[in-house]
Structures are given as structure tokens and as C-alpha cells.
Design a protein around this ligand. Structure first.
Ligand code: ATP
Ligand code: MG
Length: 602
């Protein structure tokens, strides 16, 4: 491509809308343009990058035997009602854009495709002989993200590769899942990214095992906890660990104490001269189910620990049927306004005890009349503990389960693992922390969707059985930006060769010098003939501007038809480290071919 004919507008200034380096650079280097919140136009350079990533994804998917297809983005609400996700996705989480057509039919714009693909499998896969099947597509997804940000990292419209497998049983699903995990590792490696696979929460999509592929970078929105030995890595949402040991309680008898202004753990511990590990803190939540039922939840947990809301959410979701509902649609810490809707009297916030009376809950058709009491494992073995006295300005000390307080029947693990905690697999190992960008996510869904939607096959024994399903997503556009986040310098982007929009740029410092132009034109033709993707900077601009742009847009190699031409040489510069050498013009094609091949095979 001749740069004189290309739509390329680079910016010297960093656009104010962009917070993180990769977003700033993609805007400055003319790869993307913002059209609206979370909406971007992919300009020609960006589109080449995205196509290269898609091609790598496609090749590695095909290696696993997965088959490419393309499913509709407009999805009828009926399918989502069958799976039970219409309300959750359009109302509770509100992540799905939905609309009503001229015939008054409700439709959603696909944020994901479990429902559509399960409907197709239900109609087309009849027998065990057709299994396993794995279908994938590369397509634009729509999600009404509450906080679209960081450019392509969290868009409202973005490109995803999603795959769905249909297996006869759990063992077969596991095989496909493992093959997809290997393919993901290969894809990221080929794209030149350094990454970690972590244990992940399965979230609203449901199911059992799941893994996320994280590109480690400061700008990542996820926190990863891992151990140095490489044997454990998990998303904080899912991570487990051994909590620190509790200290011995300084109290030996039960007493109520006046503790003014001690609504936080730190202040009460200072006042009483004890450790946060001696305290049982009681945290109030409000759960809302899809039938409108509101349940007030009181979680008792050791004072030095925090509730992990993802884990709590999963516990409460699993109780949905106890409340005559299919799904949990909301979980929040009730604020003053929310309390007004159900509290019978002011709550002793900051001084709540595990036995906070149910008479704090005003009756109401939609409000469960008693607290759901949960106790985290960390609080179960505490002795002579401190906790609230259900009265503002007072705590009790020296309390014990079974004497002053009833231990809640539901013992759960809802604590957040913390950096520095001992690892479960080896207590010698301590958890470390890193930030990660989730670029891929694979799930074993099991029979959740197939059962809900009646998608079955006939087994060898002649029985109707639900499919075991897996789903596997990779954010193509997010991956592209992650590569920039992981590889740039003060001058601009440094694309890994495999996904660079072009591999080489020929820079002609002075286009009024016929010799420079002649050599550049010849090289341009020769490189193209050799199958090398090349840009020719034939713009009528100063050399300095051209060098700056070449660095900014991040083309891996630059060939300069400059001073050394009189010795029959050109300068070859490597973008990554700016190293340069003069090589004979006649060697350019072979040299570049070898350099590129080496990097692509790494
Ligand atoms: P996140 O936790 O970041 O919101 P998710 O877990 O909801 O993502 P999945 O449903 O697992 O995302 O989607 C598969 C992949 O699609 C993700 O791993 C990510 O790479 C990409 N992705 C998801 N949401 C977005 C988005 N809003 N913009 C760009 N890429 C996205
Ligand atoms: Mg995910």
C-alpha cells in the first residue's frame, strides 16, 4: 500500500478521552475512531490487524476440528425465555440490547449465542453418532456495558469468536474443553502475547469448570492471584486460599461493653485492644429474585476478611428455588433508601450481631420475613469473639457460638482470598497478585441449557439424553488492543509480527531524489512479489515526520532509502529495539523474509 493514497491521520497530541496507553496509541496512530460511547470505527490499519487475529483464531479452531458458521445477531426473545435468561439479561443485568419490531415481537441483539446454537442443535443433532460437534463463529457482539471504557477493551459493540460444543457426556466435554484450552494457548502465543490461564468464576452463564486467559498488564480490570511455583492461578472472583490463623482472644468472659464511635473493625479493635481476627463481623445484603422476592441476607465473617460478592452471588443464586424463583437478579448492600422499603426500625449499622432480630424486617408481600443467615468458614471456629450488640455504640466480647449465639445452619465459603495468604495446594506458597486483561474464557456448561431448552439426542442405548455443552469465547478486538498494551514504547506501538497490519515500511526520506524513489519502488515491488506485506511511505513530507509515523503505527521493520544508497545499501531498522544496520539493496528481500519467518515461527 502506498501511504500517499492511504487514509492515515495520526495525532501528535494524546486525546483526552483515552486513559490507558493502548487506547491512546490506537487513537493517535489512526487505527480507530470513536463514534459514540463504547462504539468505534475500525480504520483500515485496524481492520488488517483484526483480520490477522481472526485468521489465527480460525486456523487454530480448525485444528481442533471445530467448524465455522455464522448465526443471527438478532435473536427472538422466545429462545431466551426458554433458557430463563430473558429477564436477567434485559432487566436485571441489562446487558442485552432489546427491541420490539413492527409486529410487536421482542428481540435481543446477541451478547452471546448459547440459546441460538442450542436451538439449532436441538433440531439437527439427533443421534449419538453425530457427536461430538463443535461450532464457532467470528462476529460482532452487542452488550450494553454499564461502563464502556478503555477503547476496544470494553466496547458496547465488539468482535468475538465464540464456539459451542455438544458432547455425549461429561468425559467427552472435558476432552473438547481441554482441546479448546490448548488452542487458546496456541492462539495467544502465535499472536505474540504473554498470558496466564486462570481458574475463573462461571457467572450468569452457568455451569461448572471455567478458565480465563489473561494478558497480564497494569491496565487490566481483573485481579489475578497466583503462586510463584506456577501451580495455581485464579481470578480473585474465584480464588481460594488458607486464611491467616486467628489470634488468641484476649477475652475470657462474655460481657457487653460500651464502645462509642466504633462502627468499623479497625476502630473497635483499637478501642478494645484486640485483633480483627477476634471479631465476627455481620454484613447485610439484599438479594432480589426474578419473581420480585426480596431476601435480606446477614453474612457473619471473621473481622479481617472481606465478603467476595461473586461467591456470595453464586450461593444465593443456588437458593433461588427456595424462594419460588428461577434466578437471582440483584445483590446489593442496602443503602438508607433501600432500608426504608423494608426496615421496621433503624438498624444498628456497624454494631449488628449475628442474631439481629427478624423484627427489624417490616412485613411485606415481596419481602421475606426473616433474615437468611450465613456464616463464612472463617468465623465458625472463633472462640470468645467480639461482635456487635445490636445497639449503636455497644459491642459484646467473649462470645461463643452455641452459648450466646446460634451458629447459622448455612456454613459457606464467601471470603475473598487475599494477597499474602497461604496457598491451598502448598501452604509454603503465598498468593501473589497481578492485573490481567481477560481475552478469552472457556466454560464447561454441562446440561444447563440443553435441559432448559429440551435439546436431547438418542444414546446408543436408545435413551433421550441432554447434550453436555461447552462454550468458548475469545475477544478478538480486545485481544488486539491487549497486544498494544503489552508492547509499546514512548514512540508508539510495537506490533508483534504476526498481527502487525503490515510487516515492513519502506521510508523514502526525500521523494524529490529520483535515486531514492527508484530503489524504493523496486523494493516495494520485490517485497510484494515475495509475499511480504509492505507499506511504501511515498508521501511528500519531511523525513522526520515519516520516521515518527512509522514508529507510531508500529510496523516491525523499516527500510530507509537514505545516505547509504551510494554504497548500494539501505538502512534496515527493527522497530522493537530501534537497532539498525546497512544491508545491500540486493539482500533486502532475503534478509526480511528470514527475519519475519523466524519471528512467525517463534
Ligand atoms: P468481562 O468480565 O470483561 O465483562 P465477560 O466475562 O463478560 O467479560 P465473556 O462473556 O466471557 O466476557 O466473553 C468472551 C470474551 O469476549 C471475553 O473473554 C473478552 O475477551 C471479550 N469481551 C467481553 N465483553 C467485552 C466487551 N465489552 N468489549 C470487548 N470485548 C469483550
Ligand atoms: Mg468471561
Amino acid at each position: 500500500m502506498r501511504m500517499s493514497q492511504m487514509l492515515l491521520v495520526t495525532l501528535r497530541e494524546t486525546p483526552a478521552e483515552a486513559e490507558i496507553p493502548s487506547h491512546q496509541l490506537l487513537l493517535r496512530a489512526g487505527y480507530i475512531r470513536r463514534i459514540g460511547s463504547g462504539l468505534y470505527g475500525y480504520l483500515p490499519l485496524m481492520w488488517r490487524v483484526l483480520n490477522k487475529i481472526s485468521q489465527i483464531v480460525r486456523e487454530e479452531m480448525n485444528v481442533t476440528g471445530a467448524q465455522e458458521c455464522l448465526l443471527p445477531q438478532l435473536q427472538p426473545s422466545e429462545l431466551w425465555e426458554e433458557s430463563g435468561r430473558w429477564e436477567t439479561y434485559t432487566k436485571a443485568e441489562g446487558i442485552m440490547f432489546s427491541l420490539i419490531d413492527r409486529q410487536e415481537r421482542k428481540l435481543g441483539l446477541g451478547p452471546t449465542h448459547e440459546e441460538v446454537i442450542t436451538a439449532i442443535a436441538r433440531d439437527t443433532i439427533r443421534s449419538y453418532r453425530q457427536l461430538p460437534q463443535n461450532l464457532y463463529q467470528i462476529q460482532t457482539k452487542f452488550r450494553d456495558e454499564i461502563r464502556p471504557r478503555f477503547g476496544l477493551m470494553r466496547g458496547r459493540e465488539f468482535i468475538m469468536k465464540d464456539a459451542y460444543s455438544f458432547n455425549a457426556d461429561a468425559a467427552s466435554l472435558k476432552e473438547t474443553y481441554n482441546a479448546m484450552g490448548n488452542a487458546y494457548a496456541k492462539i495467544l502465543q502465535r499472536c505474540g502475547l504473554s498470558f496466564t490461564a486462570v481458574e475463573a468464576d462461571s457467572g450468569a452463564i452457568g455451569g461448572s469448570a471455567s478458565q480465563e486467559f489473561m494478558v497480564l498488564a497494569e491496565a487490566g480490570e481483573d485481579e489475578v492471584l497466583y503462586t510463584e511455583d506456577g501451580n495455581y492461578a485464579a481470578n480473585l472472583e474465584k480464588a481460594v486460599s488458607i486464611p491467616p490463623d486467628a489470634e488468641l482472644s484476649p477475652f475470657s468472659s462474655y460481657e457487653k461493653r460500651e464502645t462509642p464511635n466504633t462502627a468499623t473493625i479497625a476502630t473497635v479493635c483499637e478501642f478494645l485492644g484486640c485483633s480483627p481476627t477476634n471479631v465476627v463481623k455481620n454484613v447485610l445484603y439484599e438479594a432480589v429474585y426474578d419473581n420480585g422476592k426480596q431476601v435480606l441476607v446477614l453474612v457473619s465473617i471473621r473481622g479481617d476478611q472481606d465478603v467476595n460478592e461473586v461467591k456470595l452471588n453464586n450461593e444465593l443464586a443456588s437458593l433461588a428455588k427456595n424462594y419460588g424463583s428461577l434466578a437471582l437478579i440483584g445483590l446489593n448492600v442496602p443503602d438508607v433508601e433501600a432500608q426504608k422499603t423494608w426496615a421496621a426500625k433503624p438498624l444498628p449499622l456497624g454494631y449488628i450481631a449475628p442474631d439481629l432480630g427478624d423484627d427489624y424486617i417490616q412485613g411485606g408481600e415481596k419481602v421475606e420475613s426473616s433474615f437468611l443467615r450465613l456464616v463464612d468458614q472463617t468465623a465458625v471456629d472463633l472462640e470468645n469473639f467480639v461482635t456487635g450488640a445490636n445497639q449503636v455504640g455497644y459491642h459484646v466480647v467473649g462470645a461463643n457460638w452455641g452459648t450466646e449465639f446460634m451458629l447459622p445452619k448455612m456454613v459457606v465459603d464467601v471470603r475473598s482470598a487475599q494477597v499474602g495468604d497461604r496457598a491451598v495446594h502448598d501452604p509454603q506458597q503465598r498468593l501473589q497478585t497481578a492485573r490481567g486483561i481477560e481475552v478469552g474464557h472457556i466454560f464447561q456448561l454441562g446440561t444447563k441449557y440443553s435441559e432448559a431448552m429440551g435439546a436431547t439426542y438418542t444414546s446408543e442405548q436408545g435413551e433421550e439424553k441432554p447434550f453436555y455443552m461447552g462454550c468458548y469465547g475469545i475477544g478478538v478486538s480486545r485481544l488486539a488492543q491487549s497486544a498494544v498494551e503489552q508492547s509499546y514504547d514512548k514512540n508508539g506501538i510495537i506490533w508483534p509480527v504476526a498481527i502487525a497490519p503490515y510487516q515492513v515500511v519502506i521510508t523514502v526520506p526525500n521523494i524529490t531524489d529520483p535515486k531514492q524513489v527508484e530503489v524504493a519502488e523496486t523494493l516495494y515491488q520485490d517485497l510484494q512479489k515475495a509475499g511480504i506485506e509492505v507499506l511504501l511511505d511515498d508521501r511528500d513530507d519531511r523525513a522526520g515526520v515519516k520516521f515518527k509515523d512509522a514508529d507510531l503505527i508500529g510496523i516491525p521493520y523499516r527500510v530507509v532509502t537514505g545516505r547509504s544508497l551510494k554504497e548500494g545499501k539501505v538502512e534496515l531498522v527493527k522497530r522493537a529495539d530501534q537497532s539498525s544496520e546497512d544491508i545491500p539493496t540486493t539482500d533486502v528481500v532475503t534478509t526480511l523474509r528470514n527475519l519475519l519467518q523466524n519471528e512467525l515461527n517463534r
